[in-house]
Ligand binder design. Structure first.
Ligand code: ATP
Length: 484
């Protein structure tokens, strides 16, 4: 019999016990909504990012990578609209003064209101802190960007922001990439990196944190072709999750309603995963937006206004953009198509995923508790082999009869090719259980027969079945099974 994850708390405690994820600053009582990845978690998250990079950059001819700095010129955030508009609407409970995101407040049935804007919308909503119903202030904007000061001298120091998304670094480098590589529209730029948001409500382990990692793509295409690229990216991103083991029944695509869409967006979908929060909750893993040429136009406008902005203050760039102005389409962020001899500002499709949310979904989906025939329970993370932190454990059956020496030699050879683990402590059954909990797909055991005929057993994590093979074939066996 096997069971999936019922309560998030079970995953949280297993992650702590086995060194996947710890609360940040644990020894000082922890820092809310910040988490650290332990030895197994660091490998898992790195594998998630590598799998994303492999499919979005390495295996595609129309994508290139980028790694830009977290701190950027403040003008970037002015032009993108973040300085003025990147805020959540929060309502304060009149009784206990707790502030909550208006769209996260729920009524007795657990219903929230996407796009809640007034106290009227919150009449049936309950304060998550004190339980009072409908006693909220008018929602007000709460700015989400963290600010810091750059520079040692008071007269030349300036306020800069910890980026709230990696996407703007891509737009800011679009011209550099065009000028320094041979990319041609349609093409995309991918980036993985840390982002920071001073979230009002954080929740559910690593699902929503104030420091997190994003995996973002800006895909530039010719205006008029955006619908076809939007469809292609929706398909590519859904199949990425399922090809790395997410069960299709736990994944869905939700189209944004018209009133959820930004005014410039032509379409937006969220890829959602059925997380075990509450009674089971569909939550966003990734957003895919068709953003027109809005961002490049905004930056083109920002570029022209830099001097103006510095001289006249931040409001200098708030003059409305004239979309019909022919000059704009020929500006510094336009693209010249050599084949058709046309100049235009490309349209953009933006698939934007969270590395931590993705990692959480892979953990939840892989978590299994099995009751064995003898009544014993085993916890197993049934990770896709590419995501498993350790690929193979090398275990001498007992600490005698040259078994440890043979196992060590094999381990020293295999670790050049795969992340491996050597373990000679405790009974073999316990060592298997420890590897099951780490999600290790294969355990290789050196036993008494190894001395006689040079064979070892290889145990499969999911079926618990064993193959007996020659010790010299272990590398090729694992290579084939792990597809590495
Ligand atoms: P939400 O509505 O959940 O706040 P969002 O729509 O603001 O998310 P985006 O700005 O579209 O999120 O960011 C893209 C992706 O980055 C999200 O799908 C998510 O995977 C990840 N992400 C965003 N905010 C956080 C956060 N605070 N913690 C962890 N991951 C995040």
């Amino acid at each position: 019999m096997s069971e999936k994850l019922q309560k998030l708390e079970d995953l949280v405690s297993l992650c702590k016990r086995r060194g996947f994820i710890f609360q940040s600053s644990d020894i000082y009582g922890g820092l809310a909504s910040c988490y650290d990845y332990g030895p197994l978690g660091a490998e898992l998250k790195r594998n998630v990012k590598n799998a994303w990079w492999k499919h979005t950059v390495q295996m595609r001819d129309d994508m290139v990578g980028l790694d830009c700095s977290i701190l950027m010129h403040p003008m970037v955030w002015k032009a993108s609209g973040h300085v003025d508009k990147f805020a959540d609407l929060v309502a304060e409970c009149k009784k206990c003064h707790t502030r909550t995101r208006a769209d996260h407040l729920a009524d007795a049935q657990g219903n929230t209101t996407e796009g809640a804007k007034t106290a009227e919308d919150l009449i049936k909503k309950i304060c998550p802190k004190c339980g009072t119903t409908g006693q909220f202030t008018e929602p007000m904007p709460f700015k989400l960007m963290f600010e810091t000061q750059m520079g040692a001298n008071a007269d030349d120091s300036m306020t800069v922001y910890l980026r709230p998304e990696t996407a703007q670094g891509i737009f800011a480098n679009y011209r550099n990439v065009l000028d320094s590589t041979r990319v041609k529209v349609p093409f995309g730029i991918a980036q993985i990196g840390k982002s920071f948001r001073n979230e009002v409500t954080t929740k559910a382990f690593i699902f929503r944190t104030r420091e997190f990692e994003q995996m973002e793509i800006e895909f530039f295409c010719k205006p008029g072709t955006e619908e076809q690229w939007f469809e292609k990216w929706k398909e590519a991103r859904m199949s990425w999750y399922t090809s790395y083991g997410i069960r299709p029944e736990n994944l869905r695509m939700r189209e944004h309603d018209k009133d959820e869409l930004a005014h410039y967006a032509k379409g937006c979908v969220d890829i959602e995963y059925l997380f075990p929060f509450g009674k089971g909750d569909w939550q966003e893993l990734e957003g895919i937006a068709s953003r027109t040429d809005y961002d490049l136009r905004q930056h083109q406008r920002g570029m022209r206004s830099v001097t103006n902005w510095i001289e006249n203050g931040r409001d200098a760039v708030t003059t409305p953009l004239k979309a019909e102005d022919a000059d704009w389409a020929k500006g510094p962020l336009s693209y010249f198509d050599e084949e058709t001899r046309e100049r235009y500002i490309p349209y953009v499709i933006e698939p934007s995923a969270g590395a931590d949310r993705g990692t959480l979904a892979f953990l939840v989906d892989a978590y299994t508790v099995e009751t064995l025939e003898n009544g014993e329970e085993r916890n197993v993370f049934k990770f896709h082999p590419s995501l498993a932190p350790i690929k193979a454990a090398i275990l001498p059956l007992v600490k005698k009869d040259r078994m440890p020496e043979k196992a060590t030699n094999l381990y020293n050879d295999l670790k050049k090719y795969f992340p491996c683990f050597y373990d000679e402590k405790a009974a073999i059954g316990r060592r298997y259980r420890r590897q099951d909990e780490a999600g290790t797909p294969y355990c290789v055991v050196i036993d008494g027969q190894t001395n006689d005929d040079n064979t070892v057993t290889v145990r499969n994590r999911d079926t618990m079945k064993q193959d007996r093979i020659n010790i010299d074939q272990v590398k090729s066996y694992l290579r084939e099974k792990l597809d590495m």
